[in-house]
Design a protein. Structure first.
Length: 170
């Protein structure tokens, strides 16, 4: 299944490798403010997270086919059947890259079980694009009372077993 070449768009989506860590850190810098974690790129926990996802083949990266420029990354957990990290560089948003990353990550998970993600609550403007993509695939809000490890308000979203929507490439 992977890698996936989206020839029409000049994009390759593949499993992330250790060689991709600098690009992922750069993406972390780009999305740190939205995530409410300005120290993310320098955070030892973030670096450990990247290593773990890469070693388990639980991170996908979208890159341009011509230059290999990183466009976005998604992390997931097969064990916990959830999306764990998701970001697209601001300059590459609104092009369907996030949808492709999410579609391929969901294909790695077990649709016969609930699939979850902890993301931004409704009304947080910088998080609305992510919420829109999750809704497009069938995620619904199930818990608006949670907070991340930094105290930022979050929402748990879920796709019930068998309810994952098939979203085709643009």
């Amino acid at each position: 299944m992977l890698p996936v070449h989206l020839e029409h768009y000049g994009i390759l989506i593949r499993c992330a490798t250790r060689d991709d860590k600098p690009a992922w850190i750069s993406l972390g810098e780009d999305v740190a403010e939205i995530f409410g974690n300005p120290n993310m790129p320098r955070d030892a926990e973030f670096h450990s997270y990247m290593e773990g996802k890469i070693s388990k083949n639980e991170a996908l990266i979208a890159v341009t086919q011509d230059t290999g420029e990183c466009l976005g990354v998604i992390g997931f957990s097969k064990t916990h059947n959830r999306i764990t990290w998701f970001g697209v560089f601001e300059k590459h948003r609104e092009r369907g890259i996030g949808s492709e990353l999410l579609r391929l990550a969901l294909a790695q998970l077990d649709s016969s079980r609930s699939i979850t993600v902890e993301t931004y609550r409704a009304g947080y403007a910088p998080g609305e694009p992510a919420r829109h993509v999750y809704h497009k695939f069938g995620f619904v809000d199930v818990d608006n009372t949670i907070y991340d490890h930094l105290g930022n308000p979050r929402c748990r979203m879920e796709i019930a077993p068998g309810n994952c929507r098939t979203v085709t490439s643009r």
